[in-house]
Design a protein around this ligand. Structure first.
Ligand SMILES: [Zn+2]
Length: 186
């Protein structure tokens, strides 16, 4: 189990090992850098698909907010609705029909990567839409909402040094660990 959250990387390795089509002469990117590049491409494609298409220079915090909502359809984190019997239960005993969303930690990490990518692509820090206050407010709301719906408190971790490379899978794994080992009140 040493290839968790690197499925695409190992696929790339296999492809180059078998002499398959795409040959990349660049030095291999770190997991964070390659994820950042994928995120940036995904965001650029999202802007292009708008009607009318939006350029990176035109994009503002509303596009960032809409992008995050758009990504929810690909989420894998169950977020219980208020009417659900399992609302607030970290470890529901049965499945339910509540929607899957992007986990707050995944969105938070995504915004961090895209904020860096925006400036690497010539964007001005002062007008960086990913650093906009409205985006921070949205993330805080998602965090609070998911903490209540899932009964999982997001506590500040003592060790933060792996934060930059935390992938969505790792985040989910951590979430599951929190679920399995709930901190009991003393
Ligand atoms: Zn539910």
């Amino acid at each position: 189990m040493n290839n968790n959250n690197s499925n695409s990387l190992s696929a790339d390795n296999q492809a180059s090992g078998s002499g398959a089509a795409v040959v990349n002469n660049q030095p291999p990117l770190s997991r964070y850098e390659s994820q950042k590049r994928r995120d940036w491409n995904t965001f650029g494609q999202y802007l292009k698909n708008q009607r009318p298409p939006v350029s990176v220079a035109q994009c503002n915090c509303n596009h960032v907010l809409e992008f995050m909502r758009y990504l929810d359809q690909f989420g894998k984190t169950k977020v219980h609705l208020h009417g659900c019997a399992f609302f607030g239960l970290p470890d529901p005993p049965a499945p339910c029909t509540c929607p899957l969303r992007q986990a707050w930690g995944s969105l938070d990490a995504l915004v961090g990567r895209l904020r860096a990518a925006y400036e690497e692509h010539g964007g001005e820090p002062d007008t960086n839409p990913f650093g906009n206050g409205a985006v921070r407010v949205y993330l805080r709301e998602v965090k609070d909402c998911q903490a209540k719906a899932r009964g999982i408190p997001y506590k500040k971790k003592k060790k933060r040094k792996f934060n930059q490379t935390t992938s969505s899978q790792q985040q989910q794994h951590e979430d599951q660990l929190l679920v399995k080992n709930p901190k009991l009140p003393a």
